[in-house]
Design a binder for this molecule. Structure first.
Ligand SMILES: [Zn+2]
Length: 186
């Protein structure tokens, strides 16, 4: 088990675009495994490479037992509108309602670098959009109105001192901890 350090709001890596992957290597497969371990330790349902300080265009999601590995994902189409409360493992303790398309069709490569398409709504649909945003330097805060964004940032101001150098340290022991409200952070 390799639980990685999560980078939090303020770390420039969260605002950088990622670099498409040209193929999976043993090192990148290990990164995917580490992303799952880290996400589980943080009690989240999604995690993207920049959140652990990496630049590869790779993200993962796990909603209701369904695991999705997204390598070089692209949104092919989006439909409808839905509003759902979101949190982010890189912005702990901050939650806000985010409006997004209700369903998306995504094309990506899996952990074996085989292409696939997935159409998702509900929580998984939100999660995929949130993770794909991460791969382009975008955070859920960017979808909020100015007022809600200010409120979210003032909540963040209260807790950010807990994460010196923009680092959120987790340990393997966190894998056994009880889930919290962060259960739905992405
Ligand atoms: Zn996030």
């Amino acid at each position: 088990v390799a639980v990685l350090t999560i980078r939090v709001l303020g770390d420039p890596v969260l605002r950088q675009d990622t670099i498409p992957v040209s193929g999976m290597t043993p090192e990148l497969r290990r990164l995917v495994d580490d992303l799952f371990d880290t996400m589980h330790a943080a009690k989240g349902i999604g995690l993207a490479a920049p959140q652990v300080g990496r630049r590869e265009r790779i993200a993962i999601a796990e909603v209701e037992g369904q695991r999705v590995v997204l390598v070089n994902p692209e949104i092919l189409s989006a439909a409808g509108k839905s509003k759902r409360e979101e949190g982010c493992l890189s912005i702990p303790d901050v939650f806000a309602d985010v409006q997004r398309p209700a369903t998306v069709r995504v094309q990506a490569y899996d952990a074996d670098f085989k292409p696939f398409e997935i159409e998702s709504g509900d929580l998984l649909g939100t999660c995929l959009q949130h993770e794909i945003d991460h791969l382009h330097g975008k955070l859920f805060l960017d979808h909020l109105s100015l007022l809600k964004r200010r409120r979210a940032l003032s909540e963040w101001d209260e807790v950010k001192h807990e994460f010196p150098d923009f680092r959120r340290e987790l340990t393997a022991a966190d894998l056994d901890a009880h889930p919290s409200r962060e259960d739905e952070s992405l």
